[in-house]
Design a protein around this ligand. Structure first.
Ligand code: SF4
Ligand code: SF4
Ligand code: FES
Length: 492
């Protein structure tokens, strides 16, 4: 019998066992108890991915033990984010308490007539997905907003949404969501990634609930400031210097000979209004790779800050303006250098007639060129809206690994949210800082000279988080933060 070695964390101490290969983690735990006469405690019931009781941390991610096959060197631990009762059993009572707080039943008035208490198949359609939860609590265990603030967590929001969108319920669910801190969610998408039933809690519960909350007056004051900005200038941030698209030195097009691809450049608000040098680097880098660049000067904010904070009215208007411009261009793709813009154009612009590509996708598609050596030590931060919003994480790493002499060190959890997204940086800066502090620590642990990313929002927030961390700890070196195009501009 072929075996593999797995390690089980029992009350803080890892024990290593040989178990048969190709069996599930649940069967392996059973095997260990029988074969080695151990008494490892764990929860399980259905053995078929239906009861949700066997969720545990497997190789640092929450997974169902009955649905995960053992692998050599695998690490099995209790679900993180909960107190441990024994071995792999965690205390779920905090979750049950929260669930009972939200009035976990249909609310209606005594006098409601029977017609109002009927639900039709069309109403069920929207609710179907968010009703598929099996209470495994994987999403709660991994949610950064829950870990670093008093946010009740993704599955609680999903449960509130279930009632909010049920026509029979007339409870004040928007208020409930607001006071359970719905605006603390950074829309990082980690809960969706780990959910065994692939429930899209972010789009189907949180963003829809935020839209209801916004309409009912449950919003954050600072989100209205962002709204004012866009109403004035079509940009979500305030103009501080000449915007990239108003700079008279920036041409409408940069055409190369022997063109491999032609793209339209979607700058995003921060690159246009704050990080003009990043935008200029992007043009040079694309040209150096044989890509011609068209720059539509009348483009506007993609609408992401408004979609994420429930302000759909504004987002729809911005989307229409951008579609009118970009649907009519003769290009191979629209290129973004901001993870948030890219994810919004790809996932929320359903009516688009153009292809959207992140710059790292474009460069890998046309073929990387020979780069000059650069003797620095870097680490890479995966923006949530690139890693989970667009499933892009190999492409940037491939570019970085092709730069001679560059030392690339992965941080502990490169895809852990930096804390900036979902309107949290503007609306709940204290939550954003708390999440950012954890990111800053893992960046300092790598001892890198620079952090590279592909998102101006992450870039800004990580810079702030590193500065705060340095101030707090003292005696630390400066670590720079760069968009990947700024780095490439140094080596082309
Ligand atoms: S999107 Fe991220 S922050 Fe929001 S609920 Fe899911 S895991 Fe938590
Ligand atoms: S939403 Fe998904 S991850 Fe969260 S408790 Fe339900 S099934 Fe588990
Ligand atoms: S034992 Fe029921 S989901 Fe795994």
């Amino acid at each position: 019998m072929k075996t593999v070695k797995i390690r089980v964390n029992r009350n803080g101490i890892f024990e290593e066992y040989d178990v048969p290969e190709n069996i599930t983690v649940l069967d392996a735990l059973n095997y260990i108890n029988k074969t080695y006469n151990k008494n490892i405690q764990y929860r399980a019931s259905c053995r078929a991915g239906q009861c949700g009781s066997c969720a545990m941390t497997i190789n640092d991610e929450p997974r169902l033990a009955c649905k995960t096959k053992v692998k050599d060197g695998m690490k099995i631990e209790p679900l993180k984010g909960f107190n441990i009762i024994k071995d792999l059993i965690v205390d779920r009572s905090s979750y049950y308490k929260k669930i009972s707080n939200i009035r976990n039943y249909l609310q209606y008035d005594e006098g409601d007539n029977n017609d109002e208490l009927t639900i039709y198949p069309k109403d069920m359609h929207d609710l179907k997905d968010i009703r598929r939860c099996i209470d495994c609590l994987s999403c709660l265990s991994i949610c950064p907003a829950r870990k670093f603030s008093n946010f009740s967590g993704p599955t609680l929001m999903r449960q509130i949404a279930r009632f909010a969108f049920d026509p029979r319920d007339n409870g004040d669910r928007e208020k409930e969501a607001y006071f359970e801190n719905i605006y603390n969610c950074t829309t990082c998408g980690k809960c969706v990634e780990v959910c065994p039933n692939e429930i899209d809690i972010v789009h189907k519960a949180i963003e829809r609930l935020r839209a209801l909350s916004f309409k009912s007056g449950y919003y954050l004051k600072n989100h209205l400031k962002v709204r004012e900005n866009v109403l004035k200038s079509n940009r979500s941030v305030v103009k501080e210097k000449t915007p990239l698209l108003e700079d008279e030195n920036i041409k409408d097009e940069y055409i190369v000979e022997n063109e491999k691809m032609r793209v339209a450049f979607f700058t995003g608000c921060l690159v246009d209004y704050r990080l003009q040098d990043v935008g200029k680097s992007a043009i040079r880098v694309l040209n150096a790779h044989g890509v011609s660049v068209i720059i539509p000067k009348n483009q506007v904010c993609c609408g992401s800050p408004f979609l994420r904070t429930g302000q759909r009215d504004i987002a729809d208007k911005l989307k229409k303006k951008n579609l009118d411009i970009f649907n009519n261009l003769d290009v191979d793709a629209v290129v973004t250098i901001c993870a948030g813009c890219g994810s919004t154009l790809k996932n929320d612009y359903r009516e688009k007639e153009f292809k959207v590509m992140d710059i790292t996708e474009v460069l890998n598609t046309v073929g990387l060129i020979e780069y000059k050596p650069l003797d620095i030590k870097i680490t890479y931060h995966d923006p949530c809206h690139l890693r989970r919003g667009q499933k892009i994480y190999v492409e940037p790493r491939n570019i970085l690994k092709n730069i001679p002499k560059l030392k690339f060190i992965e941080m502990e959890t490169p895809d852990q949210c930096c804390g900036a997204g979902g309107g949290v940086r503007s609306g709940k800066p204290e939550v954003s800082s708390a999440i950012g502090k954890r990111k800053a620590k893992m960046i300092y642990d790598t001892d890198a000279d620079y952090v590279i990313t592909v998102c101006p929002f992450c870039e800004y927030h990580i810079k702030d988080s590193l500065n705060k961390f340095k101030k707090e700890k003292g005696n630390l070196k400066d670590i720079g933060v760069m968009n990947i195009v700024s780095l490439l501009d140094k080596v082309i």
